[in-house]
Design a protein around this ligand. Structure first.
Ligand SMILES: Cc1cc2nc3c(=O)[nH]c(=O)nc-3n(C[C@H](O)[C@H](O)[C@H](O)COP(=O)(O)OP(=O)(O)OC[C@H]3O[C@@H](n4cnc5c(N)ncnc54)[C@H](O)[C@@H]3O)c2cc1C
Length: 328
């Protein structure tokens, strides 16, 4: 309960919302789906700005990639054909897996999930980290200055209390959002790049039950071309964990041939993936909590890393073969 809430603002324009959030005398926070915020026990929040009329619920595509508005609900993401067709539907799948209650998914938004971060317990964060998604942040400012009078050469009136309104926009990688976002910055949208046809993805999770939060989850994006791993992305996350990109595993595989004999044979060298995971995840020591030990998460995480990489690499190889045959 927000016991000290004094003001509720229903913003109709993004600039109005930004100015309200920029206030320093009244602690003001955005209200999206409310599934997390309204349950918070935070006496410092004095005002909320409802974002529902800001037209930030959309999923569109242009040359830069797929744009998902901050007010898009998890259910809309899960139902979106555009997202189902992107990277083997990994993002749509993770949006549904992020909360197994349809009631929650119908309210909870992408922006709210990103801003809540680890507290949202969402699988979506791991998938966005592996997809190199960028988050567009916007902030507003209002300053009052006194203008001095002009000179004989440049005549002008002195004016006091002139208000200047400004706004700033920047993009940050989704995986460093928690570190980089300032409290007055509003999440506007997430931009996910489009991938080549040969790039394939895989997402897997382990929970105590199929509908429980993920103790550990893994997402991989792999592109195989000319018998080599040309692009490898791997991230692990789970309940209470910031998603971690396994860059050491990515480096172990990128540029390496997929075929054990060094040629362009269809066979996949699973031993190479195993050894890349073992080497690259040697220092992986996930947290302990009442749900699972670090050892359990570590072993399950390595297992998921192997399985997602293998699945994504296999799909990518097949896609390459099919598209090559199509051209012959
Ligand atoms: C009983 C219950 C169980 C849940 N279990 C899960 C679960 O297991 N997994 C899961 O993923 N989710 C779960 N959720 C939902 C979870 O709260 C949402 O996934 C999400 O974290 C909140 O989204 P929201 O749109 O409701 O955000 P809100 O609750 O409105 O806001 C969350 C935070 O984000 C800030 N915020 C919102 N929008 C923006 C924006 N555009 N820019 C900047 N800051 C913003 C708010 O100020 C607030 O601090 C659960 C919710 C309930 C009620």
């Amino acid at each position: 309960m927000l016991l000290n809430l004094l003001e509720y603002h229903w913003a109709e324009d993004i600039d109005d919302a930004l100015l309200l959030l920029a206030r320093t005398d009244t602690k003001t926070v955005p209200l999206a789906g409310g599934t997390y915020l309204l349950g918070l026990d935070d006496d410092s929040i004095q005002a909320v700005v409802d974002l529902r009329d800001l037209e930030l619920s959309y999923i569109t595509e242009d040359t830069r990639g797929i744009h998902i508005g901050a007010m898009t609900t998890l259910q809309t993401m899960g139902d979106s054909q555009l997202l189902k067709d992107l990277a083997n539907g990994m993002l749509a799948q993770a949006a549904i897996a992020s909360s197994f209650s349809r009631i929650v998914r119908n309210s909870a938004t992408l922006g709210g999930t990103l801003a809540a971060g680890v507290a949202s317990q969402a699988d979506l964060l791991t998938v966005l980290a592996v997809m190199d998604a960028e988050v567009v942040l916007r902030s507003g400012s209002k300053t009052q200055i006194n203008l001095s009078g002009g000179t004989p050469d440049h005549p002008g009136l002195a004016l006091s209390g002139v208000t200047f309104k400004g706004k700033q926009e920047r993009k940050v990688p989704s995986r460093s959002l928690a570190l980089e976002r300032k409290p007055n910055e509003l999440i506007i949208e997430v931009v996910v790049p489009r991938y080549a046809y040969g790039c394939a993805a895989s997402f897997m999770r382990v929970g105590r039950t199929p509908t429980d939060v993920a103790l550990i989850n893994a997402a991989a994006l792999v592109e195989v071309s000319d018998g080599k791993y040309s692009q490898v992305r791997l991230a692990l996350g789970g309940v209470g964990m910031e998603p971690i990109r396994m860059e050491a595993v990515e480096k172990e595989l990128e540029g390496q041939p997929t075929d054990p004999s060094g040629g362009t044979n269809a066979a996949l060298d699973t031993q190479r993936i195993v050894s890349a995971v073992q080497t690259g995840m040697a220092n992986f020591s996930p947290q302990v909590d009442f749900r699972a030990s670090s050892g359990y998460r570590r072993v399950s995480g390595m297992n998921l890393a192997f399985r997602t990489l293998e699945e994504a690499a296999t799909i990518s190889r097949w896609r390459n073969m099919l598209s090559t045959r199509g051209r012959q």
